[in-house]
Every structure is written in C-alpha cells, then in structure tokens.
Ligand binder design. Sequence first.
Ligand code: FAD
Length: 456
Amino acid sequence: MIPESAVQKFRESLRGQTFCPSEAGYDAARTVPNAMIDRRPAVIARCSGAADVIACVRFAREHDALVAVRGGGHSVAGKSVCDNGLMIDLSAMKGIRVDPVRRTVRAEAGLKLGEFDRETQAFGLATTLGLVPNTGISGLTLGGGFGNLMAKYGLALDNLIGVDVVTADGGLITANASENEDLFWGVRGSSGNLGIVTSLEYRLHEVGPVVGGAVLYPVAKTKEVLNFCREYAQSLPDEIVIQGGGFSTPEGVPVFAVAACYCGSSPSEGEKLLQPLRNFGPPIADMISETTYLQMQSFFEPFFPPGRHTYVKSNFLRALSDEAIATMAKWAGTSPSPTTFAPFVEHWHGAATRVAVTDTAFPHRQNSWNFMAWSTWSNPADSDKNIQWTRQIWDAMSPFLIDGSYVNYVSDEGDSFARAAYGPNYDRLVALKNKYDPTNFFRMNHNIKPSQAATA
Ligand SMILES: Cc1cc2nc3c(=O)[nH]c(=O)nc-3n(C[C@H](O)[C@H](O)[C@H](O)COP(=O)(O)OP(=O)(O)OC[C@H]3O[C@@H](n4cnc5c(N)ncnc54)[C@H](O)[C@@H]3O)c2cc1C
C-alpha cells in the first residue's frame, strides 16, 4: 500500500490528470477494448509528456509499485492495465510533426493509427502501421507492426529512425542508429520490456491512392480459396499484401474472405494484379476498389468495436501445406460466435521478410503465413465455450506451426511462450534487460526476465 499522503503529493506534481478508485473518470480510464480484462490500478496517471512519465517511474520505484504502460490499450492480453500499482497512461500524448521534405515524422506515444495516418496523409505520406485505426502506434510498433505497406516498406518497426525512452532508473535517453544503438536494436521487437517510449521518429513514403478491399466466398469454398491464395501469393509483388479468413457477415452468413491492398504508384496496374482474386470463384461479394489510403486503413474498423470479449491464439505456419489447408477448411464456419475471425491467415512477404533475423529484436522474418484464431463475443456467459473452441482449433493447427509467436497477437501465454516468441534474439534481449532493467521493473508485457531476477 502506498501511503495516501505520498499519492497526493505525486498527483499534485504531475501536469496530466490522475484517477484513483471511486473517482469520476477512473472506470473509463482503466477500461481497455478487450472486455475480458477487468483490472483496478491503485492510481492511473494520464501523462502530459515525458516529464510526467519520468515522475511516474520515480514514484513507482520509490514505493515498489507494479507498473503497467498504456499506449492505445489494444493488447489482447491486457498488458496495459494492472491490478493495484500504477497505470502509466500515455493516451493523452498525441503530439505529431511531419517533415515533408525529409519525409520523416516525430510522433508521441499516445497516438492511434488513425490519428497518425491522418496527419501524414495530409502530405501524401504514410508508413507501415496496422489495419485497425484505434490501435496504438507504440504497442504496435514496439512489437512489430504488420500492415498494408509491410511488403513494400517493411514492418512498422523497420521504419523507426529513433525513439526517446524513459528507462527503469527514471532517466530519459534517445536511442537510434548512432546513440544507444544496443537499446535501439532491442526496442524494435521487445514490446515495452526495456523502457517507456515517449516519442517515435519514423521514415515516411509517398502513398495513395490504393486499390483494396475484400472478396467474399461461401465458407464451403475455404479449401479452394486457400489453395488459390497459396498459388497467387507466390508471384505477388511487394506492392500487394493479402490476408484471408473465415467470419460471418452482419446478416449471419458464414464466409471465407480474402482482403488485399495494392499500394503502388499505378492504380490501373493494381486493378490488373488483383483481378485474379475476383476471377477465381465467383465471389459472393466483391468490395475491392480504388480508394484513398485513409479509407483503406479504416476498412476493418467496423469488425473490431471496443467492448467485445477477445481471446486470440496465433503463430506462424511452417508452410501453407495441403494438410494445414484441409484442417482450416474443416474448422471454418464452426465458431460459436458470429463475430470471430478464424481460421485466419496473413501473408508476410517482401521488405518485411528481407530483414535479417538478428538485425532487430523482432525475429519473425522467414515464415510466409501467420495463422490466427481471433475469437470475439459479446456475452460474458459465452466465454467458456468460445475459449474452448479457440483452444480446440489451436490444438488442431498446432502440428503445422513453428515454435514462438508474434507477441502482438496473443492472449497471455506465460514465460515459456515469451522465450519462444523472441526466438534466437532472446539471449541478447536478456543481456539488454540486465543492463537497462535489471530488477524487471517493466514486466507487464510478454516478459523477458533479466537473469538476476530469474535467479532470485
Ligand atoms: C482490433 C485489433 C487489431 C489489430 N491489428 C493489428 C495489425 O493490423 N497489425 C499488427 O501488427 N498488430 C495488430 N494488432 C495487435 C497490436 O499491434 C497489439 O495489440 C499492440 O500491442 C497494440 O498496441 P497498443 O499501444 O494499442 O496497446 P497497449 O495495450 O497499450 O500496449 C501493448 C504493450 O505494449 C506496451 N506499450 C505500449 N506503449 C508503450 C510505450 N510507449 N512504451 C513502452 N511500452 C509500451 C504496453 O505496456 C503493453 O505491454 C491488433 C490488435 C487489435 C486488438
């Protein structure tokens, strides 16, 4: 328990708002989009800038308080909110400045993808971010960052030029290719383990208009669609990113959809390259068209409203083999919830897969297909059956999956999961954890344990 007088003094020292239990705004501030997560921090500090973040770290250290860091709050594992302890909420830190001449942007850590894209698109520029505008840029980038531009320009973290980081001792340092290079290597993939990133600088690229959307097929065609995707993906240029998955339309019709985006400079060429997706079939709905990049980035938003219960299992396939396809076809359309996306596959290729495994802390550069069972439902009484179904499809798919997942996509899986998720970069990350966070102060994440703390 932190003495009330110390909490009071701390609150008065900050420029940003704070919330304690039973106060107005507390419940809204502790709520994250995944309704499965219901945690109650002792104090929530909505920081106004790096000075508040530094004050939070020093306060938590002094009182030995557990710390959770919230960017956009989209971690399905709920890592951005803790019971008791201090929730360091960055969501009010939304400063952003685009340099259209250098094609760079400096963005504060509380921005969401939609807010970031809007500012950069004012100059016809963009960088790789994810597919749902409400997701936070910082959690997404620090863990990886798959999105429509990743085959052309790399993952979100591949576009980072540098970051400002508040470290576990309460100092603020810059990490980039020439300052604190070891930390810069580590923050690109270690998902908040090494410190609190207060601002991020990214490279930007000329983007838009794009050609994209989705085509829907009857769920009974899942096997044929996945077979087609495997063939089609073999010759895809870097300008195109595709994904496919089972879900139900708002009318309750189970379908298997393929979503695609072409981000190159010639929309007519994009139309031509995407034509095979529409010719195969015929689809029961065709929503692919030339559109703005901002519209494309909002395409999936209606499918992921906040407040649903969410449970996710995900990992890369060794290959999109006949057996893996047959298993997915068997499970497609069987989820107990019409809002679930599963089975689902993302195709990873191009620039994101041309980076060496050890060039950044993010290790997943070699496998082309990422499998997901992204289960969501509205009624808490349905939790057991949906979690059980997700685990069953996961067990069925397990023989086809590698060890170690993409940290951004999974519900909490514990220590052995975290070790496998960082792959061959794990030992180097432990050495960085020993250097920058030897007491494991930052542990509300897919945690890399410092060796001292592990021994203790
Ligand atoms: C609906 C939905 C759609 C998604 N779509 C995509 C997608 O298209 N592509 C993709 O790659 N991923 C996607 N994701 C996964 C997403 O990248 C992760 O959930 C990511 O962690 C979200 O970041 P956040 O800042 O919103 O989350 P938060 O929950 O705030 O943070 C996630 C983790 O990062 C840490 N963290 C956050 N900000 C900081 C910071 N500034 N400094 C240090 N640590 C920090 C937190 O402590 C926590 O451990 C999606 C998730 C959801 C729920």
